[in-house]
Design a protein around this ligand. Structure first.
Ligand code: ZN
Length: 243
């Protein structure tokens, strides 16, 4: 751990990339783990745009269990430590694959959500915007929320399969990664794009890659340090920053 702390002290531009592994500590199931959501639901349907148009109730019925219950989830030690590190100037940005809003709830300011976010929803017919809590209210009355203006179908601003990525978020993520002299991956197996290639932008400019994940990743051979235990890693980090 000391070697990581030394790198962190020297770093002038440190970026963290977080994946589903960090949310499991808040009781949110990982998508790809053995008890993951994809073992329970059909991943090819739940976040598939074409299927959403065909049968939006499939998404909304299941999403009640892991998206529309997020106000009952609390940020954990990992989210809170990242906030302290940002406030103390050790982190410039957090890029996240997560759609659970927990970095923001904890108080992180520079968060880039590369898979979108359920904080905003939009009517697919007239473009009217709905907040997360608007949609939660609508879901108490109907299985699939419809636009109160035009009765169109409402979709969260989460990036579904078959959908264009959010260009602004991706451009920002690439820009901060390209500037990072220390790039720390936490709780991501780096198998999904665009997250999988973001560390390469840092490596290309001579940055140092650190991976903290309990499963192998395709970029392990490029990592200067690799840790398996996310919980231990953050226990150390948090005691260092709370001193
Ligand atoms: Zn509408």
């Amino acid at each position: 751990m000391q070697s990581f702390l030394n790198l962190l002290d020297k770093s002038e531009n440190c970026v963290f990339l977080s994946g589903a592994g960090i949310s499991t500590f808040s009781g949110i199931p990982d998508f790809r783990g053995s008890n993951g959501l994809y073992a329970k639901y059909d991943a090819n349907r739940i976040f598939d745009l074409a299927y959403f148009h065909k049968d939006p109730s499939y998404f909304y019925t299941h999403a009640r269990e892991f998206i529309y219950d997020l106000d009952t989830r609390e940020p954990n030690l990992i989210h809170r430590t990242l906030v302290i590190m940002e406030k103390k100037g050790y982190i410039s940005s957090v890029i996240t694959q997560n759609i659970d809003l927990l970095h923001q709830k904890a108080g992180s300011e520079n968060v880039i959500e590369i898979h979108g976010s359920p904080a905003n929803h939009r009517c697919l017919s007239c473009g009217e915007n709905y907040s997360y809590s608007d949609v939660r209210d609508l879901l108490e009355k109907e299985t699939v929320p419809h636009c109160t203006r035009c009765n169109g179908l409402i979709k969260p601003d989460i990036i579904f399969y078959g959908e264009m990525l959010d260009e602004t978020a991706i451009t920002n993520a690439i820009a901060v990664s390209s500037k990072a002299d220390l790039f720390v991956v936490i709780g991501s197996s780096l198998v999904v794009q665009p997250a999988a290639s973001l560390p390469l932008y840092s490596l290309k400019r001579g940055g140092t890659l650190i991976i903290v994940n309990n499963m192998p990743t395709p970029l392990d051979e490029y990592a200067y340090l690799k840790y398996d235990e996310l919980g231990d890693f953050f226990n150390h980090l948090s005691s260092y920053f709370n001193e």
